[in-house]
Design a binder for this molecule. Structure first.
Ligand code: SF4
Length: 250
């Protein structure tokens, strides 16, 4: 609030959102990745759990990777199979990663918001900050990545701690609790572009990913970034998909 008691509209919206959702439960610290996955599976701390998705979507990739990629929230394909960024946006992300010498199985990929927002809408900043402050912070504590790549505005807002535009902010490092974060465009943004804008945006994402990889390489020089044959994630997710649809996953 300022001198005259006027509250910033964004702060007001966040405060109202927190009041509507009630207090966040204090989550325990987790000893390993399996524990945090089990806790996320049973989370129902916000209304997103009931918006129509099949339940929280967890992460993919090795939990000891020096690079963590953070998207916004699960869409239809992600909700169906139970893994982040595997639909059309994820396939474009895979191509972008491949252009800088990375295959998906060597990076940890997750979302800020774990449950699918209805109708594939982008999660709100408030939903991102609510879920992210419960689970993403715990994932970061466990994985301890050397570099984080934040995809899109919700991730940018979460790591920056204030509102900012992705067009101006992408490509500029953010310091999040001592971890360098590279914000860049979400692949869904690229899918909405065409012509010269698309070409420019693809180059910008390329340089952002390259800078992130170089930073992570300096911190973890022995890390292997690429498999000879890129994995087909969808093929490996058949069992998880069946469990989600049978309701056994939760
Ligand atoms: S979106 Fe996050 S906080 Fe909300 S129910 Fe799902 S896991 Fe829990």
């Amino acid at each position: 609030m300022d001198l005259f008691g006027h509250e910033d509209p964004e702060e007001y919206a966040e405060r109202r959102h927190r009041e509507m959702m009630g207090p966040q439960k204090e989550e325990p610290h987790f000893k390993n990745h399996k524990e945090i996955e089990n806790a996320i599976r049973s989370c129902a701390q916000c209304p997103l759990r009931k918006e129509g998705g099949l339940g929280p979507v967890l992460s993919s990739g090795p939990a000891d990777s020096p690079m963590m990629i953070v998207g916004e929230g699960p869409g239809g394909v992600e909700d169906d199979y139970g893994a982040p960024l595997i639909g059309p946006s994820g396939q474009l992300l895979d191509k972008a990663l491949f252009s800088v010498g990375i295959t998906r199985d060597h990076v940890y990929v997750t979302n800020i918001v774990k449950c699918r927002p209805h109708g594939n809408r982008t999660p709100t900043i408030q939903e991102g900050s609510f879920c992210g402050s419960i689970w993403l912070v715990k994932e970061i504590e466990l994985v301890r990545p050397k570099v984080i790549v934040g995809l899109g505005k919700v991730a940018l807002r979460f790591f920056l701690g204030r509102d900012a535009g992705i067009i101006r902010s992408r490509g500029h490092w953010i310091n999040y609790r001592g971890i360098p974060v590279m914000p860049t465009f979400h692949p869904a943004y690229l899918l909405r572009q065409s012509g010269r804008e698309l070409v420019n945006a693809k180059w910008q994402v390329y340089y952002d990913l390259l800078a992130a990889k170089e930073q992570a390489q300096k911190a973890s020089p022995g890390w292997v970034w690429k498999s000879e044959t890129p994995p087909n994630l969808l093929e490996t997710l058949g069992e998880e998909r069946a469990r989600r649809h049978s309701g056994e996953a939760f």
